[in-house]
Design a protein around this ligand. Structure first.
Ligand code: NAP
Length: 294
């Protein structure tokens, strides 16, 4: 029977653990984890993401600061805010909600965040450390995938993992994490992308298939081999006249088509999505507790 990998349940457990650790940290050293959030513009999806992060901070006993700038804000305004947060000892994590408007260079903003406060794990130095297996902040979505693999006891050693997608925030880091000579990794990894004539040539070989593509329901039954474990990272909104909203969320995997052929799968919503925010909170906690030694 196919097992559903439930990110809602696992993320709730992780948040409970973080909440308990936060209370202990407060009692022992008076430190309260603090997360600073910067958002530029009024993009409705970004507004929802940021509000959720603020709400989760409150639930876990963290402090949070939210700075909202108008859509025509300058790069210098953003850099000044980040600079002041870098120097504020009550702030342990800094998150800039992406995407940023065109006049602001995303890489300049990311690079201005102090390495110790880069809880998104997007700084080139953090990613370099990840590649060579040194302590670092692991980017939240790939970290959430590893945590699901760990908590569902999915064997990774010697397994062929195929990752579809090579973005800097999902595809590249998850591929790099899974070939490390470590527990919950040690896999043989293939990455495929739009340059492949037919990705089925690769996806059909996967023992574990990770889809981070951004194409609704691309992966169907004829893309997989029997018994594969599927991690669907995609979050896509597609029109659906049968739904009261006229649309629904779906992943990069055609859930109904693959369900009877895989041994385990993350649903969308409720799979990888809820893990991302839990991992952001975990990184912020680790920063406050000084757990990552650079
Ligand atoms: P992205 O930056 O757009 O990258 C997509 C990758 O998929 C690219 O490497 C692209 O190849 C590849 N690709 C696109 N179409 C393809 C096709 N037809 N065949 C093979 N490869 C194809 O996307 P992302 O930021 O990684 O996000 C991917 C999905 O995950 C999106 O749906 C996003 O919303 C979702 N996401 C979810 C979470 C979460 O918390 N659950 C977090 C982040 C992202 P090229 O490099 O050749 O262009």
């Amino acid at each position: 029977m196919t097992k559903i990998i439930d990110g809602k349940i696992v993320s709730a457990q992780i948040k409970e653990e973080i909440k308990a650790n936060t209370q202990l940290l407060k009692q022992k050293s008076g430190i309260i984890p603090g997360l600073a959030l910067l958002i530029v513009g009024e993009d409705p999806a970004s507004q929802v993401y940021v509000r959720n992060k603020e709400k989760t901070c409150l639930e876990l006993g963290f402090n949070s600061i939210l700075k909202q700038l108008p859509i025509d804000a300058t790069e210098k305004e953003c850099l000044d805010i980040i600079h002041s947060w870098n120097n504020d000892e009550n702030i342990h994590g800094i998150l800039v909600q992406l995407p940023l408007p065109k006049q602001i260079n995303e890489q300049n903003i990311i690079k201005s965040i102090s390495l110790q406060k880069d809880v998104d794990g997007f700084l080139p130095e953090n990613l370099g450390r990840l590649v060579i297996g040194l302590p670092c902040y692991v980017p939240c979505t790939p970290n959430g995938i590893i945590e699901l693999i760990k908590r569902y006891n999915i064997e990774t050693k010697g397994k062929h993992v195929v990752v579809v997608g090579r973005s800097n925030i999902v595809g590249k880091p998850i591929a790099n994490l899974l070939y490390q000579k470590k527990e919950n990794a040690n896999s043989i990894v293939t990455i495929c992308h739009t340059a492949a004539d037919d990705i089925r040539e690769y996806t059909k070989q996967a023992d574990i298939l990770i889809a981070a593509v951004g194409v609704p329901e691309l992966i169907k039954a004829d893309y997989i081999k029997e018994g594969v474990v599927i991690i669907d990272v995609g979050v896509n909104r597609v029109s659906d006249p049968s739904s009261p909203k006229g649309s629904r969320l779906c992943g990069d995997v055609d859930y109904n088509s693959v369900f009877d052929h895989c041994s385990a799968i993350t649903p969308v919503p409720g799979g990888v999505g809820p893990m991302t925010i839990a991992m952001l909170m975990q990184n912020t906690y680790k920063s406050a507790a000084g757990e990552i030694k650079f």
